[in-house]
Structures are given as structure tokens and as C-alpha cells.
Design a protein around this ligand. Structure first.
Ligand SMILES: [Fe+2]
Length: 283
């Protein structure tokens, strides 16, 4: 079905679209929001350029997708506890959000959507790559789909395979990190292949960073399958790439995508604002 109130231009074959013809702070009518929400389900990653959003505006736009949720490991902005700043200083080499993942899968109810708004961006670099995990699921053999259908994964915030969350977060010095020593206590069990409540489609829900094992199996037994499904999910033909500039807002669907922040801009500053919304139990 065509769009009447917005312009939707796909970013790649697999997923992602730039949405034009709309200033989010000015959209009052439900018809436009209905079309934005339809585009969100169709394309999974929506990019809005030149938006000029204040933190209040980000909260208002986020509210169109779901209720705000807290991020456990970074303190929110003054007066905006749900929004936090993702910052990499010119002097730093570690970035936040590197490595393929869906956001906070270690919570019982992970947020359905993340909004990321660019405030300061490097001249080049700092793009984010997204992967369509529904397309990845569809591309599996019937045998693999049957094998993983009953499987649940254990999702942990500990980031043990990358040296531990506290150790990693110590290296992103400009950010207001909190609670990282408790990361191991954040654990949840979810289906390896989840069903999207808006589309009825299945999507892989596995990452090397968060999925530590399959329920009922050891970590060693689980790892080959986790690694295979994670690598498969992020094959190039399932991806799109978003280039940022100040004023760009990207909204992505955590239920059927993964993302990876590319760390290729040492010596330059990048500052973003992030909000997650719509706590939902993966099923
Ligand atoms: Fe993320």
C-alpha cells in the first residue's frame, strides 16, 4: 500500500528507509502517525533527517511507539531520566554500542523500539549498521527452523566474552555509567526465534554478546549454535547502513533487527541521545 502523508525511500534491499516530507514536531494528525507506524513495521529502521529535536520532542516522538523504559547502565540526562547521551570523545578509542546486538535483551521485557538522535557527528564515520533478523530467519533451512523452534536462550548483561561490562564501560569515560558491577545479575530467558506481534513473522533473537547459552545446555554446547545463528543474522545481504548528521533521528524495531555501531572515527567527537520505549515480553 502506498503512503500518502509521508515519503518513504528504502535504504537497502533488506531493511531500512528514509522518511521524508515530515517534521516530527509538527505532526498532529493520527493519519500521518498511522503511516509512520506502518512504515516502521514494513521497513524496521526509519531515518528522519533535519529534525531539530529537543529532549521533550524526543520523549513525545518516542511516546508514539510506546511507554519509555529505563536503561540500567547509564544515568539519564538531567530532567530526562529515560534519555541518556551516548558520547565518544576525541581522546577515546572504545565506543558504546559496538558489536551486533538488539537492545537490552537481558531484561524480562526488552523495549520494542530504540530512538537514537544525533547531536554531534564526525565528518565521516560513526555510521550504524542494521540487520533484518526476520529475513535471516526466513533464509534458514526447514531443518534448522525445526531444530530451533523449541529453544530458549539465556540472555545476560554481563558481556563476559568481551571482558565484562564494568571493564568495557570504564573505557567510555565521557558517559555517566552506573550499576555496571551488577551486570551479571541481569538475566532473562527468551525464545531464540521470536514472533513479532505486529506482523506475525518470526525473527532470530540471538547475539554473541548477550546470548550466553541455550536453556538446558552448557555454554560450550550452546556456543557453536549461538555463533552460527548470530553470524547468519548479520550477513551483508540482510543489512543496511545509516549515516548520521546532526538532526538525524533513527527509530529501530528491536524485535526483528540487530545493530552495530561502527567505531571508525578516532580523534573526533560523536554525541547522540538515546531513548527506548515499549517494554514487551518476547514470545
Ligand atoms: Fe544498542
Amino acid at each position: 500500500m502506498a503512503y500518502e502523508t509521508i515519503e518513504v525511500k528504502p535504504l537497502a534491499g533488506a531493511l531500512g528507509a528514509e522518511v521524508g516530507g515530515v517534521k516530527l514536531t509538527k505532526v498532529q494528525d493520527n493519519r500521518t502517525w498511522d503511516e509512520i507506524n506502518r512504515a516502521f513495521l514494513d521497513h524496521k529502521v526509519l531515518v528522519f533527517r533535519d529534525q531539530g529535536l529537543s529532549p521533550d520532542d524526543i520523549m513525545a516522538v518516542g511516546g508514539r511507539f510506546g511507554e519509555p523504559t529505563y536503561y540500567p547502565f547509564v544515568t539519564g540526562m538531567e530532567g530526562y531520566p529515560y534519555i541518556f547521551e551516548v558520547i565518544k570523545e576525541p581522546s577515546e578509542t572504545r565506543n558504546f554500542g559496538g558489536g551486533w546486538h538488539s537492545d537490552t535483551t537481558y531484561l524480562q521485557k526488552p523495549p520494542l523500539a530504540t530512538l537514537l538522535y544525533a547531536v554531534e557527528t564526525p565528518n565521516a564515520g560513526g555510521d550504524t549498521v542494521f540487520a533484518n533478523t526476520t529475513a535471516a530467519y526466513d533464509a534458514l533451512s526447514d531443518g534448522m527452523k525445526t531444530l530451533i523452534a523449541p529453544l530458549k536462550g539465556i540472555y545476560s548483561a554481563g558481556l563476559k566474552r568481551s571482558g565484562g561490562r564494568a571493564n568495557i564501560h570504564r573505557q567510555v569515560g565521557a558517559m555517566k555509567i552506573q550499576n555496571a558491577e551488577q551486570a551479571d545479575t541481569y538475566e532473562a530467558i527468551h525464545p531464540i526465534a521470536r514472533t513479532h506481534p505486529g506482523t506475525g513473522r518470526k525473527a532470530l533473537y540471538v547475539s554473541k554478546g548477550h546470548t550466553i547459552r541455550i536453556e538446558g545446555m552448557t555454554e560450550d554446547e550452546s556456543r557453536p549454535l549461538i555463533d552460527y545463528l548470530a553470524d547468519h543474522s548479520t550477513r551483508l545481504e540482510f543489512t543496511c547502513r545509516v549515516r548520521w548528521e546532526p538532526g538525524t533521528l533513527t527509530v529501530w524495531d528491536n524485535r526483528c533487527t540487530q545493530h552495530n555501531a561502527i567505531n571508525d572515527y578516532h580523534g573526533q567527537r560523536r554525541r547522540m541521545r538515546r531513548l527506548t520505549v515499549g517494554a514487551q515480553v518476547p514470545a
